[in-house]
Every structure is written in structure tokens, then in C-alpha cells.
Design a protein around this ligand. Structure first.
Ligand code: SF4
Length: 427
């Protein structure tokens, strides 16, 4: 028994029950065993023949630059290729090297990512670029332990960089790959469980033909993306259909087995679109989110959690938020409702609209004859559009459509603000 086979069997011991009637060990034993040798060789050979003939011309495939491969792999997580391509071009144009990325203001990096979602990916990418500049003179390392040590680089991304850029026989197992392997080898283990992925990572090096790691891993991903698709696998035109056990057993649509992720928790939010007046005319009030947590450091219109039962109570919360900034406003009216799903939360956001009334403060002071206690907002007395709240560490400002080009908003708020700025019937 080769050491490779032994490693795979060890993986089998960790993995749960396999195809019907198989023991915990035999599902992996079957895959790496001598009787499956023909099936494995056929799979690797036909997959590569197909890939050489059919691979898509993708921008990051035109070079073997590890930086381009790394950026593309991070962007492609949870995101379709068609969506990624324009982002990839813009990003590489703005940050052509790892050093350029490392030295850029973080706001610029997040801005380049605006619309792609999962913004911690962009921040981690930059943090890892800074690591590479500091420790590897700005060149992506090729040693396994150095790649794994980079911020935001997990087993999949590390495997993709090492195999695609450096042609090392490392596994790169994502959802596409797990689907193909589950079907081809008839693996019924739950792919949502880490031990199933680990089991697959251990069998892949034995499938990679000598010197073809880069092409093999890309071919596996490509087959999952183009032929062995989630809902309707195109078995009749699949290059590996002859030995595909999932297809032979009529199980191609049942596989892979995957326990459903928990449904995102619904959350009601109430937001305010506050139109500026006077020197803030044509602008809207926004604030920056905290440096950590959901949508860290990105900009948004102010909003609060809404109980949903009594709109009056929710509105009071919003009013307090504005009062704390020393703002005054006209009556709030309904503007729109917007929705957004994160991996764990679903926001339904009711948006109210009102107009800033800075004159109200002066009027109150004049009427009462005594100094008014609420601080006049900096924006009302200074030409600067930015006013930070020292106590909370929050940052607030007024933005115009032009200002929106410079700072990063999550999709939900871009949508609300773009709707507002394009809407001829504002307040
Ligand atoms: S034959 Fe069908 S199920 Fe099997 S790998 Fe090809 S597309 Fe997937």
C-alpha cells in the first residue's frame, strides 16, 4: 500500500458512513482501492482532455501571476464568474501589484469591492498583502506554511494558489469540487461537514497526474461550474460519464448530500433618509459603521432595530439618534421598503424620509430667549461636511451623488441612495 493510499484510509476513518451498505472505512477505501484504479485514471485523463479543449478564457487564466490568481479566488467565493470579471479588471487596474494593494488606503480597497459583498474578504486581502510585503518582499510565497499563514487564506484558497500558480499537487476543494466528487465516486457523506471536505482533500493528490496540478484543479472546478451543475447535471455531454457512479446509480440529482444551512433570522429595521438643507442642500445624512462586525467601516443611512409592533416607539428611537447629533427635521413620512439577506440575518428595512431644518434651532433660541442646550451640528456652522462624534467614535457626514463615488456603501444602502438621488419626487 502506498503512503498516499494510507493517508486516504486515515481520512476514511474520520469520515462517516458512505454509500448504502458501506462501512465508515469502505467508502474511502473503495475510492483509493485497487479496484477503482481504472475509474480514477479514466477520470483524471478524460477530465484533462476535456479541459484542454473547453476551458473558458478567463482574465486570471491568461497569466500564472499568483497575485491575480489569489485575487480572483477570493472574489469568486460566493460570487459568480460573470459578476467577478469586471470587478477583477477594475481591482487589478487600481492595484496592479501586491505592494500597491498593501499601501492603498483601506477605504479605497473596500470601495473597489463595493457591490461584491462579504467585505471582510477585501480587508483580509489587504492585510495579507501587507504581510507579504513585510515578510516576503512583496512576492507571493510558494511555501505551503507561508501561504496558509496569510490572513483570510483558508485551505481552499491556499490549495488554489499553490496548485494553480505554482503547480503543486495540493487539493483545492470548494462546493463545485465536492459536488463532482460526490457524484462521480458516489460519496453520500454530508458535504456541509468539515470531515467530508477533509476526506476529499486527502484523495485529490492521488488523482492529480504528474506535473498537471494547475490544470487538474481548474478542470475539476470547471466541470462543476459548466457540466456537473447543481440542479441539472449535463451527464450526456459529460467527459467522465462512462464511469460516473452517481449517474450509473441514477443518483446524480440526489448528490451531493448537504444539510441545509439555518434560515437567516428576520430582522426589522427603521431607517431615515434625512435630506440636507441650506449648505447641505442636495445631500443626505450618512454615518459610518463601527470598525468591527457586520459591514465593518462601511457607510449607511441611520437606522435602528424596529420591534415592528408600534411604529411610534421605533420612530422615537430614530429621533433620539438624530437629536444626539443636534439635528432638527421636518415630519417623517414613509419613503420605501428595501430588503437584504446576509448569511445569518434577513433585514427588512422601512425607510422614512424627512428634511433637515437647521433653522429650527435658531428659532427656538430666539423664541425662548435663553441659550439652547442642544449642540448645533458642525455641518450647520462649518463648510466641512464631516462631523465625528467623539463619545461614540461614530463618523457622520452629508453626501451627494458625487461623494458616493469616494466612499463605500453596502448594496442595500447604495440601492436606497441611488433610488433617492434618481427620484424626481423627493420631499
Ligand atoms: S456524469 Fe453527470 S453526475 Fe457524473 S460527473 Fe458527469 S455531469 Fe456529474
Amino acid at each position: 500500500m502506498s503512503s498516499e493510499t494510507q493517508t486516504s484510509l486515515d481520512a476514511g476513518k474520520q469520515v462517516g458512513a458512505g454509500a448504502a451498505g458501506e462501512t465508515a472505512i469502505s467508502v474511502w477505501e473503495r475510492i483509493v482501492g485497487i479496484e477503482a484504479a481504472e475509474s480514477r485514471e479514466y477520470f483524471s485523463r478524460e477530465l484533462l482532455v476535456w479541459y484542454d479543449r473547453s476551458k473558458r478564457d478567463l482574465p486570471w487564466r491568461r497569466h500564472r501571476d499568483p497575485y491575480f490568481i489569489w485575487v480572483s479566488e477570493i472574489m469568486l467565493q460566493q460570487t459568480r464568474v460573470d459578476t467577478v470579471i469586471p470587478y477583477f479588471h477594475r481591482f487589478i487596474e487600481r492595484f496592479p501589484t501586491i505592494r500597491d494593494l498593501a499601501e492603498a488606503p483601506q477605504e479605497d480597497v473596500v470601495k473597489m469591492w463595493e457591490g461584491l459583498g462579504y467585505y471582510s474578504r477585501a480587508r483580509n486581502l489587504q492585510a495579507a498583502a501587507q504581510q507579504i510585503v513585510e515578510l516576503h518582499d512583496g512576492q507571493m510565497p510558494s511555501a505551503r506554511e507561508h501561504v496558509f499563514a496569510l490572513k483570510g487564506v483558508g485551505p481552499y484558497t491556499a490549495g488554489a494558489i499553490l496548485s494553480i500558480a505554482f503547480n503543486q499537487p495540493e487539493p483545492a476543494v470548494d462546493g463545485n469540487v465536492m459536488r463532482v466528487l460526490s457524484r462521480y465516486f458516489l460519496i453520500e457523506d454530508d458535504i456541509a461537514k468539515p470531515k467530508t471536505r477533509i476526506g476529499m482533500e486527502k484523495i485529490i493528490p492521488g488523482l492529480i497526474p504528474e506535473g498537471r496540478a494547475s490544470d487538474f484543479n481548474q478542470a475539476l472546478m470547471e466541470l462543476g461550474a459548466l457540466i456537473c451543475t447543481p440542479k441539472s447535471p449535463h451527464c450526456l455531454i459529460c467527459p467522465v460519464m462512462e464511469h460516473c457512479r452517481g449517474r450509473i446509480e441514477g443518483m446524480e440529482r440526489e448528490l451531493p448530500v448537504k444539510t441545509k444551512a439555518k434560515k437567516p433570522r428576520p430582522e426589522q429595521r427603521l431607517a431615515i433618509l434625512l435630506e440636507g438643507s441650506g449648505e447641505n442642500e442636495g445631500r443626505v445624512l450618512v454615518r459610518r459603521r463601527p470598525k468591527t462586525g457586520l459591514l465593518a467601516s462601511m457607510w449607511e443611512i441611520p437606522h435602528v432595530a424596529a420591534a415592528g409592533e408600534d411604529l411610534g416607539i421605533d420612530v422615537v428611537q430614530l429621533e433620539e439618534l438624530l437629536e444626539d447629533r443636534g439635528l432638527a427635521w421636518s415630519p417623517m413620512t414613509a419613503y420605501m421598503t428595501a430588503e437584504h439577506t446576509f448569511s445569518h440575518i434577513h433585514w427588512t428595512m422601512r425607510v422614512l424620509i424627512a428634511r433637515e431644518q437647521p433653522d429650527v434651532l435658531a428659532q427656538l433660541v430666539a423664541e425662548s430667549g435663553v441659550p439652547y442646550e442642544v449642540a448645533v451640528p458642525e455641518s450647520a456652522v462649518e463648510p466641512e461636511l464631516r462631523f465625528d462624534t467623539e463619545d461614540s467614535g461614530e463618523e457622520w457626514r452629508w453626501v451627494s451623488p458625487e461623494d458616493m463615488q469616494e466612499i463605500a456603501f453596502p448594496n442595500l444602502f447604495s440601492h436606497i441612495l441611488n433610488t433617492y438621488f434618481e427620484d424626481g419626487n423627493k420631499l
